[in-house]
Design a protein around this ligand. Structure first.
Ligand code: ATP
Ligand code: MG
Ligand code: MG
Length: 549
C-alpha cells in the first residue's frame, strides 16, 4: 500500500521472509507489565505487534512481564486483556506470563554460574551503584566477583531458600566493569524480594530482572521479531549477550520510537499519580489517555487503530498532535453516528399559534452519510427548548440565528418568528414567544423564501433531562513533561458539567459508549453513570476539525 505511512519494521519482516530467515515464521509479542492500565502509546505497540503478525500470517503472543511483584496486580492483568480484546485483537491460545518461566529462568541462572558467567555479589545496593561508575569513568570490580562456582551455587540456592534479607545479595552477570555501555557492567540477574506475587504467591522470594527475563522469554516462546521502544536500544547488547552466552534460540530485537501525544502524558508512573492523587476520577476518567478512558469518552477501536496506522512507525522520537487523534474519531463517527438533538443550555420557547395539546411526530434522517441508518420520529409541540446561545436580543450583523422579529428554521420542522421576549424581575430572558408558519412543514417555504439560520430543538414535554460532561485537554501545555512538575500544568477547565440539559426522547436509554452526533454541538456518547430517566453524556470530540490534512 503506497499510501500507507512508512513502517520500517514491515520492511525488515518482508526481507526476513524473502531471505528465508526464521523459516519464514513471524512471531511477535506484546509484553506489558501489569502495573497499570494501558494507554494510547500501548495501543501503538499492540497495533504494531498484532497487526504485523496478522499481515504476515504469523501469531502475536500476549505476554505479561510480571517479574516485579511489588507493583503488579490482577486488576491490571484483567484490564489489559479486556483492552487488547476491545481493540480488536486476539491471542488465541498464546497467553503467557513471565512468572511461568521463573523455574526455567532460575535454571538458566545456575547454568551461567556454572559457566563462570555469573556470581553472587554481597555489596550493598548503594555500593553497587557507586562501583558501577559513570559514562565517563569505568566501573570497579566487586570484591565478591571472584567467588568460586561452588560458593556462588551455594549462595544462590540459599537466596532462593529465603535465608537472606532483601538487598543482602544479588546475582550478577560477570561481563566487564569497564564496558562503555553501563548496562553491560555486570548487570543484576536475580534479586531478593520478599514480596508475595499475584500469581506465584509465596513460592519465590528471588525474582529475575527485566533484562534477564525478557530475552529468555522471547527465546522460550520462539519469538522472531521482538519489537520494543527506543529506550531499550542500549539493552539490546545485554539481550544478545544472555542469549549468545547460553547458546539458546535468538530472536532479533528491533526498536521503534514510542508515541508521544501533545497535551497529555503517556507514562504509567505519571498516570498512576493522576489517579492516586485524585486529579482524575480513575483510570477510565474520560480525560485520561488510557484505552479505558478513551473508550468511556466515546472513542471507537476502529478510530484508534486508524490513528495508529496513520502515525506510522519510525526510529526517531516525535510528538504527535492530539488533533490527529481527534480527526480519527471524527472521521469514524461521521460515518456511523446517528444525528440527534440535544439542547445543552435550554431556553424555553412557546409557539403561540400552534394548537395547545397537539403533538406531531416529525420524520428525521438518522445519518445523511449512511442511508441504511433510516429515519426516526421526533415529537414536536407548542413548547420547545432551543439553545440559549441561538438567541440574541440585540444581534450583531453576522448573527443569523433567532432574534426579535427574525425568522429561522427549526430543523426538519417549521419556520418560526420570534414575537416577544419574556424576562424575569432581574431582567434575565426566561422565555420567547414565537409564531410558526404551518406551510413550512419539513423545513422549506413553498413561496421560496429563505432563512439563514437552522436551529436544533427538543419538545419541552417530551425531552429527557440529562447531564452533559464537556471535556478539554487534561494539560494546558503541549508537552507537560517540560513542566518541572507535570501536575502544575493541569488544565483547571478540563471538565465542565452541564446539569440542566434536555435531549430528545430516543436518547433516554442510550447505551454507554454508543456514539451520537448531537446536531451542531459535537459527538457524544452515553456514560455508564446514566440512570433511568436521567442519562449522562460525555463529549467525545467537538465537530470542528483542527487537523490540517
Ligand atoms: P510506561 O513507560 O508508560 O511506564 P512501559 O513501557 O513501562 O510504559 P510496559 O507495560 O512495559 O509499559 O509496555 C508494554 C509495551 O508497550 C512495551 O513493549 C513498550 O515498549 C510499549 N509501549 C509503552 N509505552 C509506549 C508508547 N508510548 N509508545 C509505543 N509503545 C509503548
Ligand atoms: Mg516496561
Ligand atoms: Mg517504561
Amino acid at each position: 500500500d503506497s499510501a500507507a505511512p512508512p513502517n520500517f519494521i514491515r520492511h525488515i519482516i518482508k526481507e526476513d521472509i524473502a531471505g528465508g530467515r526464521y523459516d519464514g515464521r513471524v512471531v511477535t509479542r506484546f509484553p506489558p507489565e501489569p502495573n497499570g492500565y494501558l494507554h494510547i502509546g500501548h495501543a501503538k505497540s499492540i497495533c504494531l505487534n498484532f497487526g504485523l503478525a496478522k499481515e504476515f500470517g504469523g501469531v502475536c503472543h500476549m505476554r505479561f512481564d510480571d517479574t516485579n511483584p511489588a507493583r503488579e496486580e490482577t486488576e491490571y492483568v484483567d484490564s489489559i486483556l479486556e483492552d487488547v480484546r476491545w481493540l480488536g485483537f486476539s491471542w488465541g491460545e498464546h497467553l503467557y506470563y513471565a512468572s511461568d518461566y521463573f523455574e526455567r529462568l532460575y535454571d538458566f541462572a545456575v547454568r551461567l554460574i556454572e559457566m563462570g558467567k555469573a556470581y553472587v555479589d554481597s555489596l550493598s545496593p548503594d555500593e553497587i551503584r557507586e562501583y558501577r561508575g559513570t559514562l565517563t569513568s569505568p566501573g570497579k570490580e566487586s570484591p565478591y566477583r571472584n567467588r568460586s562456582v561452588a560458593e556462588n551455587l551455594d549462595l544462590f540456592q540459599r537466596m532462593r531458600a529465603g535465608e537472606f534479607e532483601d538487598g543482602a545479595h544479588v546475582l550478577r552477570a560477570k561481563i566487564d566493569m569497564s564496558e562503555p555501555n553501563i548496562i553491560m557492567r555486570d548487570p543484576a540477574l536475580f534479586r531478593i524480594r520478599k514480596v508475595g506475587h499475584h500469581r506465584t504467591g509465596d513460592t519465590w522470594c528471588i525474582y529475575p530482572m527485566y533484562d534477564f527475563t525478557h530475552c529468555l522469554s522471547d527465546s522460550i516462546e520462539g519469538i522472531t521479531h521482538s519489537i520494543c521502544t527506543l529506550e531499550f536500544e542500549n539493552n539490546r547488547e545485554l539481550y544478545d549477550w544472555v542469549l549468545d552466552t547460553l547458546a539458546v534460540y535468538h530472536p532479533q530485537q528491533i526498536e521503534f520510537a514510542r508515541l508521544n501525544l501533545s497535551y497529555t502524558v503517556l507514562s504509567k508512573r505519571k498516570l498512576i499519580q493522576l489517579v492516586s492523587e485524585g486529579h482524575v476520577s480513575g483510570w477510565d476518567d474520560p480525560r485520561m489517555p488510557t484505552i479505558s478512558g478513551l473508550r468511556r469518552r466515546g472513542y471507537t477501536s476502529a478510530a484508534i487503530r486508524n490513528f495508529c496506522e496513520r502515525i506510522g512507525v519510525a526510529r526517531r522520537d516525535s510528538m504527535v498532535d492530539i488533533a490527529l487523534l481527534e480527526y480519527s474519531i471524527r472521521e469514524d463517527l461521521n460515518r456511523r453516528a446517528p444525528r440527534m438533538m440535544a439542547v445543552l443550555r435550554p431556553l424555553r420557547i412557546v409557539i403561540e399559534n400552534y394548537p395547545e395539546g397537539e403533538v406531531e411526530a416529525l420524520e428525521f434522517i438518522n445519518n445523511p452519510e449512511d442511508p441504511a441508518a433510516g429515519t426516526r420520529k421526533v415529537p414536536f409541540s407548542r413548547e420547545l427548548y432551543i439553545e440559549q446561545e441561538d438567541f440574541m436580543e440585540n444581534p450583531p450583523k453576522k448573527f443569523f440565528r433567532l432574534a426579535p422579529g427574525r425568522e429561522v428554521r427549526l430543523r426538519y420542522a417549521y419556520f418560526i418568528t420570534c414575537t416577544e421576549v419574556v424576562k424575569d424581575d432581574a431582567g434575565r430572558i426566561v422565555e420567547l414567544r414565537c409564531t410558526y408558519d404551518p406551510a413550512t412543514k419539513g423545513g422549506d417555504a413553498p413561496d421560496g423564501r429563505k432563512v439563514k439560520g437552522t436551529l436544533h430543538w427538543v419538545s419541552a414535554a417530551h425531552a429527557v433531562p440529562a447531564e452533559v460532561r464537556l471535556y478539554d485537554t487534561l494539560f494546558t501545555l503541549e508537552n507537560p513533561a517540560e513542566c518541572e512538575d507535570f501536575r502544575s500544568c493541569l488544565n483547571p477547565d478540563s471538565l465542565k458539567v452541564l446539569t440542566d440539559c434536555r435531549v430528545e426522547p430516543d436518547l433516554a436509554d442510550a447505551l454507554p459508549e454508543t456514539g451520537f452526533q448531537f446536531e451542531r454541538t459535537g459527538y457524544f456518547c452515553a456514560d455508564r453513570d446514566s440512570r433511568p430517566g436521567r442519562p449522562v453524556f460525555n463529549r467525545t470530540v467537538t465537530l470542528r476539525d483542527t487537523w490540517a490534512k
